[in-house]
Design a protein around this ligand. Structure first.
Ligand code: N01
Length: 486
């Protein structure tokens, strides 16, 4: 039997999920935790991304912790800066900053003698439980385009925006038309001298009214936070129902999205040649669905051009396409996405018997119910492999995963458990079920996207997001190898 004692918990990352985990520990009266953050502030992706037009395409009433409503949203789709402000306020009001070691990068974590030994650039610490909250779109993907380094002007990735570059009188080349590229175009189109949008694959775009909230609404929620609850519940239900069902089963919801996107394109773009360029050859939602009420309007503004010829190479003056045309630009922006399979990497995580997470994931990242890995006791991952991401709000997903980790932490605190890791068998069965369900999803219907893993299957949750909540609601102890003493 383990001895009852408050466990020490290490959390890696002070973004939305790391802060969530920290608050869950606080609520349980556990103060013995440390959050490692390599940057100088909280916020994760909302701190790192500052590109023009950045916002979240999930309705703001639903983009907050269920237990910490935000009265300050100015719009239905929250601007990135407001999300960052919200996360800062959460950290301040909940007194989390004293737990956070800013500017401290975790380089490795090793399970040794029943504890996690965490190595940072400034030393080592030991924990009973380790929670990784490093996000899954953290490592920018550098487009492997020949000559990329030779470009003479400023060039940067969308997640590392160089605000010292004044764009107004510049010719800008934007590579990539994912959610990020589309938001940048929607914001910059017509505001800069020239914007060349290099589109490798066209995208389906769903319009959404980005209503401005009144001061009265903000004031009311500030005074009576409970009034935010109905909005949260409404959007929670709507988003998980409509965005949840359409990708996983054919039917009216899927047809609705495809029809709406097609109609949006037809009604917004009159020029046939441009419309043809912008028409995808796959079903809406196969790639992550893009939500934008301004994209098509901006892309038709003077000075904006969609280049759909493939890029051959980059040279000092600009981008050369395969038809031999040199597209001269002054600034190059790479909105080319992220390494979605990095997860905790490049950090090295070493479990029992010296096995590394890299070895276990040689054929692709996988976990038990997205949160734990056999051979890695007391390690819990937030936003781990096959989490329900796609067009869902990630905040409730993080809450469910943090609650699940808390259940085990409480067992350790009560002395009922010393360590727990899922069994190989349960993890195998879970991943086989996922693999069997994935081919029926829209994400596997014949497009290329960052969801697609090494084996050609999408790495997402193949069922309704409500099922993820159910799977995490009550841990199945029989699926775990539980030790009761070190
Ligand atoms: O990245 P992406 P993103 N040559 O991977 C193109 C979240 N997010 O940063 O489609 C030419 O989707 C690539 O082309 P193709 C959200 O989950 C959320 O836009 O692969 N082009 C594509 O067009 C989203 O899904 C919000 O053919 C190249 C683009 O670059 C995720 O972040 C807002 C290329 C990359 O698209 C990632 O979005 C923004 C090359 N060599 C982002 N390499 C919210 O509002 C890549 N591309 C919540």
């Amino acid at each position: 039997m383990a001895t009852a004692a408050t466990p020490r918990v290490g959390i890696i990352g002070a973004g939305m999920s790391g802060l969530c985990m920290a608050m869950k520990l606080q609520d349980a009266g556990i103060d013995s935790f440390v959050v490692y953050e390599q940057a100088a502030d909280v916020g994760g992706t909302w701190r790192d991304n500052t590109y023009p037009g950045l916002h979240c395409d999930i309705p703001s009433p639903f983009y907050s912790y269920s237990f910490f409503p935000n009265s300050e949203w100015s719009r239905m789709l929250p601007p990135g800066g407001e999300i960052q402000q919200y996360l800062r306020r959460v950290a301040d009001e909940r007194g989390l900053r004293r737990h956070i070691r800013f500017g401290t990068e975790v380089t490795a974590a090793r399970y040794c003698d029943g504890r996690w030994r965490v190595s940072t650039d400034s030393g080592e610490d030991e924990y009973d439980v380790l929670v990784t909250a490093t996000g899954f779109l953290r490592v920018p993907r550098v487009a492997e385009i020949p000559g990329r380094e030779s470009f003479a002007g400023p060039a940067f990735h969308s997640a590392r925006w160089d605000h010292s570059v004044d764009l107004r009188d510049k010719r800008i080349g934007l590579i990539g038309t994912g959610s990020t590229g589309v938001q940048i175009v929607a914001e910059l189109g017509g505001k800069v001298t020239q914007l060349k949008v290099f589109q490798r694959t066209a995208q389906w775009v769903l319009p959404f009214p980005n209503l401005r909230f009144t001061r009265l609404r903000r004031e009311t929620i500030r005074r009576f936070p409970a009034l935010a609850r109905p909005g949260y519940a409404f959007w929670s239900r709507l988003i998980s129902t409509i965005y949840g069902r359409a990708p996983i089963q054919p039917g009216p919801a899927r047809t609705y999205f495809h029809t709406m996107c097609r109609l949006n394109l037809r009604l917004s773009v009159r020029d046939r040649t441009l419309r043809r360029k912008l028409t995808p050859d796959y079903q809406a939602m196969c790639k992550r669905l893009i939500i934008s009420g301004h994209y098509y309007r901006s892309i038709q503004k003077p000075g904006v051009e969609v280049v759909s010829d493939a890029i051959d190479h980059i040279e000092p003056r600009g981008v050369v396409t395969t038809d031999g045309t040199l597209h001269e630009v002054d600034v190059l922006v790479f909105a080319t996405g992220f390494d979605a399979r990095a997860y905790v990497r490049p950090m090295s995580i070493v479990g029992e018997n010296g096995t590394t997470l890299d070895e276990v994931w040689a054929d692709g990242p996988h976990a038990y119910r997205s949160i734990a890995v056999p051979g890695f006791p007391n390690l819990f991952m937030l936003m781990g492999p096959h989490s329900p991401i796609a067009n869902q709000s990630l905040v409730p997903v993080a809450e469910d995963q943090a609650d699940y980790a808390m259940w085990w932490i409480e067992q350790i605190r009560a002395g009922r458990v010393a360590s727990a890791a899922p069994t190989e068998g349960a993890t195998k069965t879970y991943n086989e079920d996922i693999k069997a369900a994935l081919p029926q999803t829209i994400w596997a219907s014949g497009c290329n996207s960052w969801y697609i893993g090494k084996d050609g299957l999408p790495e997402v949750f193949p069922w309704h997001p409500g099922r993820h909540r159910e799977l995490l609601r009550g841990p199945v102890v029989a699926d775990f190898e539980v030790r009761t003493g070190h």
